[in-house]
Ligand binder design. Sequence first.
Ligand SMILES: Nc1ncnc2c1ncn2[C@@H]1O[C@H](COP(=O)(O)OP(=O)(O)OP(=O)(O)O)[C@@H](O)[C@H]1O
Length: 378
Amino acid sequence: MDSEEYVIRADEVRRVYQGGFEAVRGVSFAVRRGELFALLGTNGAGKTSTVELLEGLAEPAGGRVRVLGHDPFGERSRVRPRTGVMLQEGGFPSGLTTAETVRMWAGCTSGPRPVDEALEMVGLADRAGVRIKQLSGGERRRLDLALALLGRPEVLFLDEPTTGLDAEGRRDTWELVRRLRAEGTTVLLTTHYLEEAEELADRLAVLHEGRIAASGTVAEVVAEQPSQMSFQLPEGYHPGDLPPLAPLGVTRHEVEGRLLRLHTRELQRTATAVLGWAERTGVELRGLNVRAASLEEAFLRIAREAGEGAGSGRDERDTGGRGGKGPGGPRGLGGLRGLGGLRGRKARAPRASVPQQQSSPHQQVRGPRADGAKEHSA
Ligand SMILES: Nc1ncnc2c1ncn2[C@@H]1O[C@H](COP(=O)(O)OP(=O)(O)OP(=O)(O)O)[C@@H](O)[C@H]1O
């Protein structure tokens, strides 16, 4: 890879916490200048642990990270002034007003935006005089973003930037992120909202248990997943009456009463064959629905394959087509415990926000791990 072209690089990065738990197990990816790269994954997959290494908040236990060509941990003073960081959970002095907080941060930032401009960008201009403790969770999240943007960063790290925002706030943030990217900002984003990744990401990686389970553009990740064709079989007909499914690219099918759902890697061939059969047989396929996979389906499938192996579930049959990957297959993820936590949050001590300049007085009391946990560096 051309190191000039990629402003964020992670090569075989590992992170090990106290007690020996390996949260990041050899993760590699690279982000080009002006690109938006999203890290997805279930709770505890290792997204924040990875991003914190790139933010220079901890040293990798193995592998190498580079941001703007520098080691963000060892050469912090060269990297921090050019990067903006929005941690997963910020912490603010609750007695200050919104504007005072931004002003305080601006004092620690070289060449900051005017306070009014930063507040305007995140839609908090009319909350400038309100004390932090009176802000809603979503408003605090936007204040976090304003602080990350204060130094006009070339590289922006956004850890779950829209968690806690209402639908309108989320859309506004997306709009702002798009604008920043259009102006050339490189963005690394973690999110639980698959729609957010679909809307914003040029490329993405799905993390699971500290490893990358899938990566590429949204289209590439989705293309790995089967499309679906579903319809009601007419009275008196059975799936076995259809042309052989496996040669059509159908990887499995589900039957629910009269409804037949085909999962296929060759949607056009499957649809043509099934519709041709219906035409020849003179039957009407009611409730006909044909569609490509969504990112959400791709994500759920990756997770399911990790946890249970393909082909489980109610009345599902493996039709012997290409691509069925069990737990021991190429992704080899193993052990995912359900998906209930996909959009949930786990309880953990808050990680505090840090201003851009390393010399900030606040940084000394606002470490990356507010819980004081230590890490192993190999
Ligand atoms: N300070 C710590 N000490 C020990 N283990 C930790 C610490 N912080 C995180 N972990 C563990 O590391 C793993 C990865 O956590 P991380 O926060 O990176 O995941 P995540 O993908 O960001 O999750 P979420 O979506 O819930 O924010 C989890 O199992 C978590 O419990």
